[in-house]
Structures are given as structure tokens and as C-alpha cells.
Ligand binder design. Structure first.
Ligand SMILES: Nc1ncnc2c1ncn2[C@@H]1O[C@H](COP(=O)(O)OP(=O)(O)OP(=O)(O)O)[C@@H](O)[C@H]1O
Ligand SMILES: [Mg+2]
Length: 329
């Protein structure tokens, strides 16, 4: 963990995206644990306001404040932050205009609601601004966080989200807003950032992964690794899978196997089992073609197993360990 070189040495900001429901939050949390080697400190950030991190780490809902939520695999500390656009706006205004009291007034008036509703992009500007601040922050001579992991918006929105400051820079030709936008884009397009893609071995997530890589590349954003999540081990041998896919499993043999295993072969059970084997074989074949498509992307690729019991804190550490072992951290 701490001694072995990771594939992302020098990366300070790990952005984790993927199709909805593929495991972005899970993988981001596991990566934050994996990166917390001895004496290191990582920050896990969520932006979707769903308190997914608090649930995963079994802690009370996160306020708009960094909290230590766990000790990483290598003994380092993992902090977490749920960024809230409104709080980030007040913080931002206060930083630039020292609006302490006036800011509270703004909140009362609902002005922020108004501003973020009329300008959807503003929300993303604030969220990326906060992430930038966390990456750049220092305590003494060292960065406060050795690595920041962002549980980011899904693939459909990721490029727009990360490139939003490009639009800001286009609007503000000069001045502090322009300077801030340029600094954020500078970090996000630099080798200090890596945008990782989480996928399942299913057609749609694999397709979205390919599309997102194209979009990110076109926008000059640094594509990181591909994390293939929830990988299942085939239950049958290759020859049996081939036979099952073609509906040619030997009925007699399966029936004899059931008898040997002491399973009563009621009518219908054998057919249902054979049909299930056929579906399983079809899925394994699809997974194989998904793997082939992903391989052609030629990105560092990591696999995480499907954990039948679901995800709890213990399994999160196991996933982190798997990421370390494969060189992602
Ligand atoms: N390797 C795995 N094994 C078993 N279950 C998993 C695995 N990875 C994720 N899950 C489960 O799948 C579900 C979706 O995972 P997660 O919430 O991390 O996805 P997400 O991409 O963040 O979803 P959303 O798009 O809704 O934010 C969760 O219930 C999670 O516990
Ligand atoms: Mg999520």
C-alpha cells in the first residue's frame, strides 16, 4: 500500500464518475480508504446532496464541514465532506466581498435559491470551486490533503460539470472571477487530476464509459482508469457454458447430477434449471464482449468483485484492498 508505486502517483484529485447506479459512491469511498496510506490524509467529497457517504461509513449526516470518517487501509485518515452549493456560495461571497452578515440576509431572502435556479451552471461552478479549494489548501508546508476523491455526477453530466469554468472564463474576460475560473480549469486539465470511470459489465454502462472517455478527451480533461465493478465469477466451466448457451446441456447428465446431490427432481425443476443455465451463459457471453470493448479503450483497468452480501464498512475495506493490490492506490 504505502511502499508500492501506484498507477496515479502525482495525482491529487481523483474524480469518480460512471453511469448511474454502477457504484460511483462505493468505488470513491473505497479509493479514499485505499489512498489513505501511512501518514497520509484523504478527503472524500460528495456533491449530490444525498448523504451517501454518511450512510456508507455509518456516521450521522455530514454537515458542510470536513469530518474524519474512517482510518484508511494504510493507517491514514479519511475525511469526508458533503458540499452544498448554497453554503459554498455564501463562503465564496464572504471570501471575495466579506459578506458575513449580508450573506445570512441573502439566505433568508431565498436569493440563493433564486440564483442557483436561474443559473444551473452556477451550482457546478460553486461545487468545483470548493473542490479546487480543498485540493489547494495547505497546512504549513504540506497540502492539507494528500489526495481528494470526488464522488462526481454521472457520465451524462461529467464533462459539462468539470468544464463549467471554461464557460465562466468565456463570460468574464478579466478580473478575479476570470482568474478563479482559469485556476480551476488549470487544475482540472492538469496531470494532478484523473477522471476514473466506474462501469458494470453490461451493455449500457460500457457504452456510456466509451462515450464519456471521448467527451472528456475532447474537452482536454485527463481520463484516468476504468473500474469494472461487481464482477461475477462464471459458475460453469467453459465447455458447459458453450453448451448452455446453445441449449445443449446434457439433460441426463444434469438430472443424474441432481440425484447425486440429493435434490428431488420434480417435474419442471430440470427445465427451469436448464433455462437458468442458458441465461447465465448468455450473460457471461455479454460480459465477455463488454470486457473486450473495455480492453480496446487501452486504459488502466481494475476489477472489483460483486459482493453478494452488499456493501458495509468491512466490505468497503476489502474493495479498497483490491484497488491497492491492483495498483490503483
Ligand atoms: N461490488 C459490489 N458488490 C455488491 N454490491 C455493490 C457493489 N458495488 C456497489 N454495490 C451496491 O450497488 C448499489 C449502487 O452502488 P452506489 O450507490 O455506489 O452506486 P452509484 O453509482 O453511486 O449510484 P447513484 O448513481 O445512484 O449515485 C448500492 O446498493 C451498493 O451497495
Ligand atoms: Mg452515488
Amino acid at each position: 500500500m504505502a511502499s508500492r508505486e501506484s498507477d496515479w502517483e502525482g495525482v491529487r484529485l481523483h474524480v469518480v464518475t460512471g453511469k448511474g447506479g454502477t457504484g460511483k459512491t462505493t468505488v470513491a469511498a473505497a479509493l479514499a480508504l485505499a489512498l489513505a496510506g501511512d501518514g497520509r490524509r484523504t478527503l472524500l467529497v460528495e456533491t449530490e446532496g444525498r448523504q451517501g457517504i454518511a450512510q456508507l461509513f455509518d456516521v450521522p449526516p455530514l454537515p458542510y464541514e470536513e469530518r474524519k470518517v474512517a482510518v484508511g487501509n494504510g493507517g491514514g485518515d479519511v475525511y469526508a465532506l458533503a458540499v452544498d452549493a448554497e453554503a459554498a456560495l455564501l463562503e465564496y461571497l464572504d471570501m471575495f466581498y466579506h459578506l458575513g452578515r449580508a450573506g445570512r440576509g441573502l439566505r433568508r431572502m431565498g436569493a440563493i435559491d433564486f440564483a442557483t435556479t436561474i443559473a444551473p451552471g452556477l451550482r457546478d461552478v460553486l461545487l468545483t470551486g470548493k473542490v479546487y479549494e480543498a485540493v489547494r489548501r495547505r497546512r504549513g508546508t504540506r497540502p492539507t490533503y494528500d489526495a481528494v476523491v470526488l464522488d462526481a455526477p454521472p457520465t451524462g453530466r461529467i464533462t459539462r460539470f468539470l468544464a463549467v469554468n471554461e464557460e465562466v472564463a468565456g463570460l468574464a474576460k478579466v478580473g478575479p472571477v476570470r482568474g478563479q475560473a482559469d485556476s480551476i480549469m488549470g487544475l482540472l486539465t492538469s496531470p494532478q487530476t484523473a477522471v476514473h470511470l466506474v462501469t458494470l459489465l453490461e451493455e449500457m454502462p460500457v457504452q456510456e464509459t466509451c462515450d464519456a472517455i471521448d467527451e472528456l478527451t475532447a474537452a482536454g480533461l485527463p481520463v484516468g482508469g476504468v473500474v469494472v465493478n461487481a464482477v461475477r465469477t462464471p459458475l460453469l466451466k467453459v465447455a458447459d457454458l458453450t453448451a448452455a448457451a446453445k441449449g445443449r446441456l446434457d439433460r441426463e447428465e444434469v438430472s443424474a447430477g441432481l440425484v447425486a446431490a440429493g435434490v428431488a427432481t420434480r417435474p419442471g425443476v430440470l427445465d427451469a434449471l436448464l433455462a437458468e443455465a442458458g441465461e447465465h451463459a448468455a450473460r457471461v457471453a455479454l460480459e465477455k464482449s463488454g470486457r473486450k470493448t473495455l480492453k480496446a479503450l487501452d486504459r488502466p483497468t481494475y476489477e472489483l468483485p460483486m459482493l453478494p452480501e452488499g456493501i458495509d464498512l468491512g466490505s468497503l475495506y476489502a474493495l479498497a484492498e483490491a484497488l491497492c493490490a491492483q495498483g490503483m492506490a
